[in-house]
Design a protein around this ligand. Sequence first.
Ligand code: GUN
Length: 281
Amino acid sequence: MTLLLNGFELAKQCREQLAEKIKTLPRAPKLAVVLVGNDPASAVYVKNKEKAAAEVGIQSVVYRFDTISQKELLSLISDLNNDTEVDGILVQLPLPDDLNEKEILQAIDPAKDVDGFHPLNLGKLMIGEPAPVACTPKGCLKLIRLAKQNLTGLNALVIGRSVIVGKPIAQLLLKENCTVTIAHSKTENLPELCRHADILVAAIGKPKTVNADWIKKGAIVIDVGINRTEDGKLCGDVDFENCFDQCSAITPVPKGVGPMTIAMLLENTVEAFLKKTNIRP
Ligand code: GUN
């Protein structure tokens, strides 16, 4: 029997727990979101983040710009860093090409970096220090835990080496005592590597790339991909129907990793608030 790792339900439970916690706080945590440009997917993600924040009792403010200069954006981030009422800052990625994304991310106060993309926080993850962890990897680990608590000694394969997903999820799995391999677009013999993985995290960005023939019987499969098929339907990087019976547990797309990313953003915002105010509910 394959376990469906229902991110939609788990995210709902996480939000309910957060809403209860937030009720006990002296004020609502506040999240500032910056959206630049006209990317339709980013606009939808930000709308969903705004809605989810409101639902749990997090105050969110969205700064929307069609265009903005690097200097102006850095100045906005500096203002948000200095604003004592703002607990978390998120700059939606990708930024338009004329902006220097790395410089913008580095300008965010690491204590308010609810995305966990600041180099200091990524470095802390690397050396095993507590720090905000990127939302998608954090959500992936919670989904894996639905299938198995103790991951010690398992072979984990992460396909994708992005700073947002691949590298941080690899670090989280290493911390769980997995033997971790990171594969990427230049990796040779990917199907063979996959066949050794007890945990397979696919963050490839290509529809239905992973099929049953690549999967070790009983593997836990986490699909980070959000793609569209030719007929416009959402699908992941894993061929879900084809792989389902081969796995012990698998995330669907949609309603898998996606909702968990947003829930973890809310969790990181509450954690930033608690750390700043020194409150332990
Ligand atoms: N773009 C795609 N995923 C993310 C994310 O998790 N955070 C931000 N800020 N931008 C993204």
